[in-house]
Ligand binder design. Structure first.
Ligand code: AMP
Ligand code: FE
Ligand code: FE
Ligand code: ZN
Length: 292
């Protein structure tokens, strides 16, 4: 076995750069998530909970025990040029950086208030749910409410809860606090991280691809190319964009445990996601460059 062969194997170990714990809207605890990553042979995972970095201390303990690197990450809900909800991932951010920490706390406070408003709207629609039936996650989101509706037998699936009640334009939808995408990129950079546009292929009318080009000037570092819900044409177009603008091609499954039962950690939907340590190293290098 040559040294080159060994080096290549190390280089090509699988990672997952987009996953959620029950600190936001995933269903596994940080420890359970890391244990699953270890069972699947992943070299690293980036935990990218919505508006919260609270999973990190517990995840790092489990990661040290099981030999899985934990990359600090966060997923922010932003707006840009008429797009109501454009998701941005921050990687390698310092959880103690005060401006980011304060902003995240504000977003979570708005989520906590929004939860009650969504419950009120559901009750007005005749749905029998109460706020005290929800779990007290640090960062509460619509999937928690969707799950409650499933558990109570009001809908058959999380997807049905979104389609009937919770999605944008549906009767129990309440918007979150959002930040301009360019401002979110600056916030991530200020916390020592790099900013990656999450799943632009999920934005309607191809607006996510346009946003990706427009955000290059604001300092965007990468685009999530591999994602459970990206088709091959979207991936090809996103790869071209990355090459054109010198961005890192990243990816992740967007694992949420039982809240997205068709998405497998490290593998996506039916094995349609494959990201390796080479991508992680490209992001790490870019973060080091940004910090100067
Ligand atoms: P929230 O943070 O409360 O806005 O909820 C965002 C989460 O809800 C994301 O993780 C999505 O996976 C999920 N979600 C948003 N829109 C939909 C939809 N139309 N159908 C299913 N899940 C959705
Ligand atoms: Fe989510
Ligand atoms: Fe997202
Ligand atoms: Zn996500």
């Amino acid at each position: 076995m040559s040294e080159g062969w060994v080096a290549r194997c190390v280089e090509e170990r699988r990672v997952d750069l987009h996953c959620h714990t029950n600190v936001s809207d995933g269903t596994l605890t940080p420890t359970q998530l890391v244990e699953l990553a270890a069972r699947k042979g992943l070299a690293a995972i980036a935990i990218t909970d919505h508006d919260v970095l609270g999973a990190l201390p517990e995840a790092k303990l489990a990661g040290d025990r099981l030999g899985v690197e934990i990359v600090p990450g966060v997923e922010l809900s932003t707006t840009h040029g008429g797009i109501a909800d454009l998701h941005l991932l921050g990687y390698f951010v310092d959880p103690d950086e005060p401006r980011l920490a304060t902003r995240l706390a504000t977003f979570r406070a708005v989520r906590a208030a929004r939860k009650g408003r969504i419950i009120d709207k559901l009750r007005e629609l005749g749905v029998d749910v109460r706020e005290d039936e929800l779990p007290d996650a640090e960062s509460i989101g619509r999937p928690h409410i969707a799950r409650l509706l499933v558990e109570k037998g009001i809908v058959k699936s999380i997807q049905e809860a979104f389609d009937v009640y919770l999605a944008e334009g549906k009767p129990a939808n309440v918007p979150k606090a959002r930040i301009e995408a360019a401002e979110a990129i600056a916030l991530v950079h200020g916390a020592g991280g790099v900013a990656v546009l999450a799943h632009p292929g999920l934005v309607k009318d191809g607006l996510g691809l346009r946003a990706a080009s427009e955000l290059v000037a604001a300092g965007l570092d990468g685009i999530e190319v591999e994602h459970s819900k990206h088709d091959s044409d979207t991936r090809r177009r996103l790869r071209e964009l990355c090459q054109k603008h010198g961005l890192v091609e990243t990816g992740g499954s967007d694992f949420h445990g039982e809240n997205k039962p068709d998405v497998d950690l490290g593998y996506g939907h039916g094995g349609n996601v494959r990201v390796t340590t080479a991508t992680l190293e490209a992001l790490r290098a870019r973060a080091a460059l940004r910090r100067g």
